[in-house]
Design a protein around this ligand. Structure first.
Ligand SMILES: [Mg+2]
Length: 188
């Protein structure tokens, strides 16, 4: 039998978290292109470690319209991701998959959230169970992507919206948590 040493951790698991980046994992600096500006949101490192230990595969999907707007390049976004992973200092590769949607909102896009396409593709490719998957993010486009894909939609209050603002939006089906750590603490 082939050894599995090259498989990402939890590669056989059917549960997964789909994670937004800015405002969910790192502070949202708005069009961040400088790796030196990366700041991990408190509690995120331990939360990712705990989710991983519970068997959740981790995926990241991030809208980076700054690329489509010509403010920075895909390479800049990749360097920011790399800095984030360095600061987190968890297992490598940390993510089973990463999707960067580079388009501006007015440009055609297959993957820009709230599109469910990336989540749906990963569910199919990795044989995930949608009932054991969640999309976590700080904007309505994140929770809508999750709902569109048929997974749990988790709203966090570490970025664009406060708990009060989320409640005002009253998005049916979205669950509001203070931050990623508070949500992961509910998992077992
Ligand atoms: Mg965000």
């Amino acid at each position: 039998m082939e050894p599995k040493k090259h498989q990402p951790k939890n590669a056989d698991s059917r549960r997964a978290l789909f994670l937004d980046r800015d405002g969910t994992l790192i502070l949202d600096k708005h069009y961040l292109s400088d790796p030196a500006g990366v700041e991990i949101i408190p509690g995120v490192r331990d939360a990712l470690q705990r989710a991983s230990a519970l068997g959740y595969q981790l995926f990241m999907l991030t809208n980076q319209s700054g690329i489509g707007r010509g403010l920075y390049t895909l390479d800049d976004a990749l360097l920011v991701n790399a800095r984030m992973e360095t600061l987190l200092a968890l297992h490598s590769p940390l993510f089973a998959g990463i999707c960067i949607a580079p388009e501006a909102p007015d440009q055609p896009s297959l993957y820009r959230k709230p599109s469910p396409r990336y989540i749906q593709e990963m569910i199919a490719q990795h044989h995930l169970d949608p009932a054991q998957c969640a999309m976590v993010g700080d904007r309505a486009s994140d929770t809508q992507a999750g709902l569109n894909a048929g997974v749990r939609a988790i709203a966090v209050c570490t970025g664009e919206l406060t708990a009060e603002a989320w409640q005002t939006l009253a998005l049916p089906g979205a669950e509001i948590h203070a931050d990623l750590a508070a949500f992961v603490a509910t998992l077992s």
